[in-house]
Design a protein around this ligand. Structure first.
Ligand SMILES: [Zn+2]
Length: 112
């Protein structure tokens, strides 16, 4: 077939990819929830389609690091710059599905 004078590798590749797409269509893009609060939310998980209450985990974020640097610049003594990492109000909240444990979104004061 390759030695045939009518063989066009571009058309052959395109036809093969179209046939593959017809057999396995692309999945729909997931719509992750937006505007999550800092507390657990009841919603439908876009991954497992279950009605769940999110699990919230607190992680250091941009505001945490800015507060840390600010304390250092203001002359905070050794260790004082670590206080923001223990202050829940300065931490970001990440929401996870309680059923499939996948990441669903983040609630942060500052996002870059
Ligand atoms: Zn889920």
């Amino acid at each position: 077939m390759v030695d045939s004078p009518n063989f066009n590798p571009v058309l052959s590749t395109t036809r093969a990819s179209l046939l593959r797409k017809a057999e396995h269509p692309d999945p729909l893009p997931l719509q992750l929830p937006r505007g999550l609060a800092r507390t657990a939310q009841v919603l439908i998980c876009p991954y497992c389609s279950q009605s769940i209450q999110t699990q919230v985990k607190q992680r250091s974020g941009t505001l945490t690091w800015l507060a840390c640097v600010g304390i250092c610049l203001l002359g905070g003594s050794v260790g004082c710059c670590l206080i923001p990492f223990c202050a829940p109000a300065l931490l970001d909240c990440e929401h996870y599905c309680s059923s499939c444990q996948r990441f669903l979104g983040r609630s942060a004061y500052i996002t870059l």
